[in-house]
Structure formats: structure tokens, C-alpha cells
Design a protein around this ligand. Sequence first.
Ligand SMILES: Cc1cc2nc3c(=O)[nH]c(=O)nc-3n(C[C@H](O)[C@H](O)[C@H](O)COP(=O)(O)OP(=O)(O)OC[C@H]3O[C@@H](n4cnc5c(N)ncnc54)[C@H](O)[C@@H]3O)c2cc1C
Length: 360
Amino acid sequence: MYDIIIVGAGPAGAMAGKYLAESDKKVLLIQKDFSFKKPCGGGLRVDAFDEFSIDKSLIRNLVDVISMETKKRKIEFDISHIPLAIVDRVEFDKALRQDAKDAGAELVETKVVDVEILKDVVEVTTDSNKEKKKYRAKYLVAADGVLSIVRKKLRAESVPKKLTHYSDVSGLITNKCHFYFGTELTDRAYAWRFPYGSGSDVGTFAPINGKKYIHNLFKFLDISSKDEKVKGYNIPQWEKPLFYENRVFYVGDAAGQVLPFTYEGIYYAMKSAKILSEVIVEDVSFLEYEVRWKRLYLKKFRALKHLQKIFLKSDLTIYIMMKTLEKPKVKNKVLLLWMDQYEMKIDLAFIFRTFKRMLT
Ligand SMILES: Cc1cc2nc3c(=O)[nH]c(=O)nc-3n(C[C@H](O)[C@H](O)[C@H](O)COP(=O)(O)OP(=O)(O)OC[C@H]3O[C@@H](n4cnc5c(N)ncnc54)[C@H](O)[C@@H]3O)c2cc1C
């Protein structure tokens, strides 16, 4: 019998495994495939490496400039004081899992196919090559990503999500993170181009029948779409946050904890895992997980959700957003907001005031 079983060992599960095992909890960490490559741009703020004691040799690129672009406008943000690190998700996730194992978590490679809440315990069924096994624990952490089986089995629901399409394009080299806006290129979000290996990771948010967005993006970037393999992947859309229910904690993508507008999820997956582990180890009320998370992030998540809804609605609102961001004062405040260095209330009020002035 384990204290805690963690389903999924991406950034959320591996971090929870590390912190809980470090505090002498008996932890079983289950990952369905050790060589799984999470479809992801792999971008996270470089200061996260110190915050979570992650080996900096995992950084494949350091990006000093974020560029927001439409067909006609471009605004560049200098982030050289806290650059964006780009990681390879196979290497990154493997290293985090190894850290969890080194801290004392038991790591197994198998797929969870069922979850049941029994009296005072949680039972997980795994399946490896048709060999089924059952494991029991006092508590379960659902860290199994956007397609969470735990959420499906226990709540008969899936994580609210948005569809992305992306491709790794070799030869298209960039040292910036580009975010493209416009209703021809993306569906109420952004299209992107991030450095990836000896090329770029190029993608967009588009619905299932949204081939035109990819076609337009590739045309805009002068890439031959015939040569590129484009695949669709889901990303959580932050709506109703889910934290704890009946011996089960939800964390990372399984909890829907991806920042609206920017769609950053790696940092928030690890941070939530840390908050959750502290609550479990301190043996305080489990409601504290939600309370502490909300104290830190609710305003930010809500603010960015509103801003996304307002600014990314149409080409006119995107134009106004770009014009607003051209103002150095606004630009600076947005950067501070993103860096968690600004009081949210003042910040939002300021942005809304400027937006209103632009409209009138
Ligand atoms: C195209 C795309 C680009 C993105 N780019 C960025 C970016 O640049 N920066 C950023 O911060 N975020 C980005 N994200 C979001 C980010 O990838 C996720 O938010 C982050 O990976 C969440 O971590 P997690 O540990 O919660 O989930 P995941 O990373 O999805 O990990 C879940 C793990 O659970 C395992 N698992 C699932 N089901 C089972 C099962 N039944 N049994 C056992 N194991 C199971 C999976 O194999 C996986 O390893 C992107 C997402 C997409 C789709």
C-alpha cells in the first residue's frame, strides 16, 4: 500500500513525485511510456530552473526576444533579463522523472486503464502487454495530462481544451519566439514559431476542420506545406479549475492549469505540484491546495482569460491590442504582468483604460 500513487510523470507528476518522496512519503509514480514526447514548444522562463532545482544543461536554446506580430505590425519584447529557455520534452521529462526516482519515488512504466475509489483507499489498474496489475494507495494524484483517464473514469468528463496543429520545420532558423495574430492565421488565440533544434516549431490554434489556418500560416512564413507533417494536439482551456475530490488531487493539464492567452503550462504544472506536495506534507486541510493556488494565480488566470476574450476576438481588436502595446508604458506593464512582478488590479485597470481610450 502506497501513501500516494501519481498517474502520469510529465512535469506535474514528476515534480509531485520528487517533492513527496523527499518528504518520506511512499510514492508510486506511473508513466505509460518513458520515451513519450509531449507535443510542446518546450518554452519556460529560465528562472524556473533555479526555483525547481532543475539541471540547466537541459536548456537547448535561450531566447532573449519575444516578438508579437500581425501581417502589418511587429512589437518586440526584450526579455534578456529573464530569458525563455527552450527544452526538448523527451530529455526534460526523463530528467525530472530521474530526479523523482533519486528522491525515493518508485517509478514504473505502464499504462493506467482504470481507477476506483474504494472505502478509504484508491485502486489503480494498469495494463502492460495485456498483463493487468492493481495498486492501492491512500491518495491519488491525477497528473495524466489533457486527456486524463482519471478525470474520465471518476468524473465522466474531459478537460476543457482547445486544438492546436503543429510541425517541426527544419532549416527555418530563428532565435526569437514569434507569436502571430490575426483571424486568417489562428482561431481566437495565436500562431507561433519557436526555435527547435536546427529549425522551428511552427503551429497554430485551429479547429478540427481548420486546414485553412495552417495553409495561411505556412504561406505567411513562406514554408511549403506539402513537405511538412502537421499534427493536431489538445491544450487545456482554463475554465473551471479542479483541485481535489474524494481522495484524488488534480494537477497540471489534468486540472486544466494552463495560463490563458499565452498557453504556458509547464511552469504552472510544476508549481501546482509543489503547492500540492507542501499541503500534503504539512498535513493541513486538503482544501489548502486550492486556497494556496488561488491566492497565487486566480487573478492572473482570470485577467489573461478576459484579455484573450477581448483582444483576440477580431482583426479590429487585435489591431487595437497592437496599437495599445506600442505604448512603452503599457508594454512595460504587460511584461511585468507576465513576469509576475506587478499588482494585478492596477495593471488590469490600466490596460482596460488604455483599451477604452483606443476605442473612442
Ligand atoms: C502544441 C503545444 C505546445 C505547447 N507549448 C508550450 C510551451 O512552449 N510552454 C509551456 O509552458 N507549455 C506549452 N504547452 C503546454 C504544456 O505542454 C503542458 O501544459 C504541460 O506539459 C503540462 O504538464 P503535465 O505534467 O500536467 O502534463 P503532460 O506533460 O501531458 O504529462 C502527462 C503525462 O502523463 C502520462 N499519461 C497519460 N495518460 C496516462 C496513463 N493512462 N497511464 C500512465 N501515464 C499516462 C503521459 O504519457 C505524460 O507523460 C504546449 C502544449 C501543446 C499541445
